[in-house]
Design a protein around this ligand. Structure first.
Ligand code: AQP
Length: 330
């Protein structure tokens, strides 16, 4: 079976963007592939986090993975910080990644603008840690949203560079990006992507928002001064974003969505999109509530999967350490 690796940062409650761009697809892959889904808490601290909140978010993210349908018996769902090989390989890969490459990363540029008081080295070398996450497990495919494509290209470059220097060591992974929903935009500024750390609560749909909140946020979504529901990302980014969301959930093409709303105003359209989203998220939210009261079960998943992931990761790490010339313990 091919190996899949992906992860999310516990930097807030995940959004509809994270769900449609990544999580929803992960659940379709679990039968066909060997999947590892990580909660990348080490990546999250590249931006300042409140420790208590981070701890809570990380645990809740694990519950959301499971609530979305990831079976912890079939998938390895674990916390990044529980597997020290991630940090160890990241250090080595840092030494095979150029400053020039890292400086070109758009996420680094965006985040250093947003957090100009804390442009730390971790934020800069974020992609080397991400490369370590993926390469440790010899992943074939990495299901992510479009915003992560550039980091994945860099991961491939690092893997190829290392393999050329030391002989075949890493599988060179490929991005696996959904056709619809790979970039969901902010509801308040549809030229910006929807982000879980956005401070404007109306800009994003949290995956645990209740039906009324979801519909209210869609009603307030920024559109344009026309009245026609038509897909045109350049001139009608707000409407196009809502159409994308609707299409990603109902499985309809943009043409079908256009036909469904022909002659209807934005008001009806927005409510319909909100209802479809609320309906889609309801089963997940119900399971999330159930899991919240089963502490022992989540504790068990955390422990068992950390051990499995460590075992797999250590195999690659030892190989790499040997190749670069670290002396064995004997
Ligand atoms: N708006 C989006 N549309 C589609 N996919 C998205 N992803 C993120 N935003 C969108 C995908 O979600 C996965 C997890 O992302 P992450 O936790 O690694 O962090 P991120 O990409 O930085 O996402 P956020 O929500 O914007 O987090 P913050 O606000 O903390 O920076 C990835 O597969 C990503 O592609």
């Amino acid at each position: 079976k091919k190996v899949i690796f992906s992860g999310m940062q516990p930097s807030g409650i995940i959004t509809l963007g994270n769900y449609l761009g990544a999580l929803k697809n992960w659940t379709n892959l679990q039968d066909e592939y060997n999947c590892l889904y990580c909660i990348v808490d080490m990546h999250a601290i590249t931006v300042r986090q409140d420790p208590a909140v981070l701890r809570k978010n990380a645990r809740e993210l694990m519950m959301l993975y499971i609530a979305a349908g990831l079976d912890p018996e079939k998938n390895i769902i674990y916390m990044q910080s529980h597997v020290s090989a991630h940090a160890e390989l990241a250090w080595i890969l840092n030494c095979f990644t150029y400053m020039g490459e890292l400086s070109r990363m758009t996420q680094f540029k965006d985040k250093s603008q947003k957090h100009s008081d804390n442009i730390n080295a971790g934020l800069f070398t974020y992609p080397a840690l991400m490369a370590a996450d993926i390469l440790l497990y010899q992943a074939d495919l990495v299901p992510v949203g479009i915003d992560q494509r550039q980091h994945l290209e860099l991961t491939r470059d690092i893997a190829i560079r290392f393999n050329n220097l030391y002989g075949d060591t890493f599988k060179v992974p490929e991005a696996y990006i959904p056709k619809v929903g790979a970039k969901i935009m902010s509801l308040q500024d549809p030229t910006k992507k929807m982000s879980k750390s956005d401070t404007d609560v109306n800009a994003s749909i949290s995956i645990i928002d209740d039906t009324d909140t979801i519909i209210r946020k869609f009603k307030r979504a920024v559109t344009d001064s026309e009245t026609e529901v038509r897909f045109d990302e350049e001139n009608k980014p707000g409407v196009s974003n809502l159409m994308t969301i609707y299409g990603a959930i109902t499985g309809q093409t943009m043409e079908q969505v256009t036909n469904e709303f022909a002659g209807k105003g934005y008001g009806d359209f927005k409510v319909k999109v909100g209802e479809a989203v609320a309906e889609e998220l309801k089963p997940l939210q119900n399971r999330f509530k159930e899991l919240s009261s089963d502490k022992a079960y989540i504790d068990g998943v955390i422990k068992k999967n950390a051990e499995t992931a460590s075992y797999l990761a250590t195999k690659t790490l030892r190989k790499v350490q040997k190749k670069v010339g670290f002396p064995p313990i004997i």
